[in-house]
Design a protein around this ligand. Structure first.
Ligand code: C2E
Ligand code: CA
Ligand code: CA
Length: 247
């Protein structure tokens, strides 16, 4: 069983075989790359380069995810501190991290020599409401440090934007499933257009993910989306390529 194998491999090697790839986000107002999203891969010596969906859900189940998230935070902080270019990094965190009070202390310590607002924590819409009380307290505490928060996969769950606005969220990421159908179905178009409009009225930034062509980008720009992420701009790339890409 591959899942059991990955859990036991992780117990042995922990985060030492992980790598982060970075996918640029293009800001439509400044016409430059202002953010990148950190996306994890496992460079497994026997199984090859594993995509996150092959091991992240398993490590969430087995309890290993907290170590993974901490590793991602420390790697991204290291990259921001050594880079000459000024950009921000979005990274994916889970509810399991947010219900853990030690996570706040860990992040606090990590960002002591960094402008904390250069980190954006993406939390999925379904994740946000799993443990309301504790998670929301910790989101507020992290936001007080300067960390920005984005709702990931927006549109796939049940939350309302006005409610998210009362929490410490500054950003909404519209899920790829809507973006990819934007030009072919009126339903997707209506959802995206009205989400962007409401988000803007609430003062939230809007990022669209999964943009694969110019026509979709143009349409999103006309709705007022702030940033574009997707293969049309660039695919996720290793750190060495990123430095060349944004300098
Ligand atoms: P996500 O947060 O929704 O990330 C976007 C995914 O869409 C990435 O897949 C990215 O490579 C892919 N993508 C970006 N642009 C395009 C496009 O134009 N077309 C298409 N078809 N796909 C595009 P990836 O890297 O395989 O990550 C999958 C998921 O794994 C992420 O979805 C996220 O939920 C999770 N993940 C990735 N890294 C981490 C991490 O460090 N921690 C945690 N907890 N989860 C992570
Ligand atoms: Ca994400
Ligand atoms: Ca998504």
């Amino acid at each position: 069983n591959i899942n059991l194998r990955l859990v036991s491999d992780f117990q042995r090697v922990e985060c030492s075989q992980f790598v982060l790839h970075y996918q640029p986000q293009f800001s439509l107002s400044s016409q430059r790359i202002t953010h990148v999203e950190a996306l994890i891969r496992w460079q497994h010596p026997e199984l090859g380069l594993l995509p996150p969906l092959q091991f992240i859900p398993i490590l969430e189940e087995s309890g290993g995810i907290e170590k993974v998230t901490r590793w991602v935070v420390s790697e991204t902080v290291r990259l921001l501190q050594k880079s000459e270019a000024s950009f921000s990094i979005s990274l994916n965190i889970t509810t399991r991290d947010l219900v853990n009070d030690d996570f706040c202390a860990f992040v606090h310590q990590q960002v002591r020599n960094l402008e904390a607002s250069r980190l954006v924590f993406e939390v999925t819409e379904t994740g946000i409401f799993e443990d309301s009380g504790r998670a929301q307290q910790n989101i507020k505490a992290l936001h007080a440090l300067g960390i920005q928060f984005a709702v990931d996969d927006f549109g796939t769950g049940y939350s309302s934007l006005s409610y998210l606005n009362e929490l410490a969220f500054q950003e909404v990421k519209i899920d790829r499933s809507f973006v990819s159908k934007l030009l072919t179905t009126n339903r997707a178009k209506a959802i995206v257009r009205s989400t962007v409009q409401l988000a803007k009225e609430l003062g939230l930034n809007v990022v669209a993910e999964g943009v694969e062509d110019k026509a979709t980008l143009d349409s999103l720009a006309s709705f007022g989306v702030d940033r574009i992420q997707g293969y049309y701009i660039a695919k996720p790339m290793p750190e060495e390529e990123l430095s060349a890409y944004i300098s």
